[in-house]
Design a protein around this ligand. Structure first.
Ligand SMILES: [Fe+2]
Length: 295
């Protein structure tokens, strides 16, 4: 992080100016994040600018394909390319072009079939890829809903820069604690007696270029927090924000033809269910290591 970064606790004046601009006219419902697009494979300049503007303000944007019945192939790769996002995360479980189908049976990697993204269960607050190495953190998290569930599947979204602001407003020590490069460890993942992925230790908040990144999961198993009173206090403060009634928490469900493009904001997923006989939820995800271009 550069000394001049607004996320540096030493720069209070620059931070206060940035904070004021960030919170001015901040959208507080899903409607404020939506951009309607005619053709996801060929965005108009106006659509592209709108997507970039909203993403720049809130770190997330919801696009709505005007006529989803015309969609011939998954629009995520083409859409992201037009926004300058190219460095696809070919995570395990994803298809050969990096798409993950977040539905039961959707994992392309056998051992992950029972992992929570591929089940119908509720998923608590997290950002994506917190088990990646620090230099391969997910910068862009994008989704496309081909068919919503019969019931449930709503998301809650919280801009991680807003989480940073709310924490820093309450006590700047929380930020210092969450920037500690040893604060959070995800223990190794084993496949049989082999280490499939070693321990991953890193900060919650980090800064890459001018941008804040957040690496977080609210899960309580398979996680090891640094054992200090400061970490407990920072975690309790964050939990209170996420589970409270902050107007900055945006709720909504991705319906057919809707999708999310985000700078990997905090999010949850409500449980969902489909009828035994009938179409199943089809939600696709693409993660990337680079970000939507600035406007
Ligand atoms: Fe996620």
């Amino acid at each position: 992080m550069s000394n001049g970064s607004v996320f540096n606790l030493g720069n209070d004046q620059a931070y206060q100016e940035w904070r004021k601009a960030k919170l001015a006219d901040y959208p507080q419902s899903l409607a404020g994040l939506i951009v309607e697009i005619q053709d996801p494979y060929a965005l108009t300049a106006n659509e592209r600018d709108k997507i970039k503007d909203i993403c720049d303000k809130t770190n997330m944007v919801v696009y709505a394909v005007k006529d989803p019945t015309k969609i011939k192939e998954n629009p995520l790769p083409a859409l992201l390319k037009q926004l300058g996002v190219n460095d696809v995360d070919h995570n395990l479980g994803a298809s050969d072009i990096g798409l993950s189908k977040l539905s039961p049976g959707g994992s392309a990697h056998g051992p992950f079939a029972n992992y929570i993204p591929y089940r119908q269960a509720q998923i608590g607050w997290h950002t994506d890829g917190y088990y990646n190495t620090n230099d391969r953190q997910v910068q862009t998290l994008s989704l496309y809903c081909e068919r919503s569930a019969h019931e449930g599947g709503e998301n809650e979204l919280l801009d991680h820069e807003i989480a940073y602001i709310l924490l820093r407003d309450e006590n700047p020590e929380y930020i210092k604690t969450f920037m500690d490069p040893e604060v959070m460890t995800i223990p190794a993942r084993m496949e049989g007696d082999k280490v499939a992925r070693p321990d991953r230790t890193g900060p919650v908040f980090s800064v890459k270029g001018d941008h804040l990144h957040m690496r977080y999961t609210a899960r309580t198993i398979s996680i090891s927090w640094k054992d200090t009173p400061e970490v407990k206090a920072a975690n309790a403060a964050l939990t209170k924000i996420m589970n409270g009634d902050s107007p900055y928490i945006i709720r909504g469900r991705l319906e057919n033809g809707l999708g999310l493009i985000s700078n990997n904001v905090l999010h949850t997923r409500e449980a969902f269910s489909d009828l035994d006989e009938g179409p199943k939820r089809e939600l696709y995800r693409l993660r990337c290591f680079d970000r939507v271009e600035s406007p």
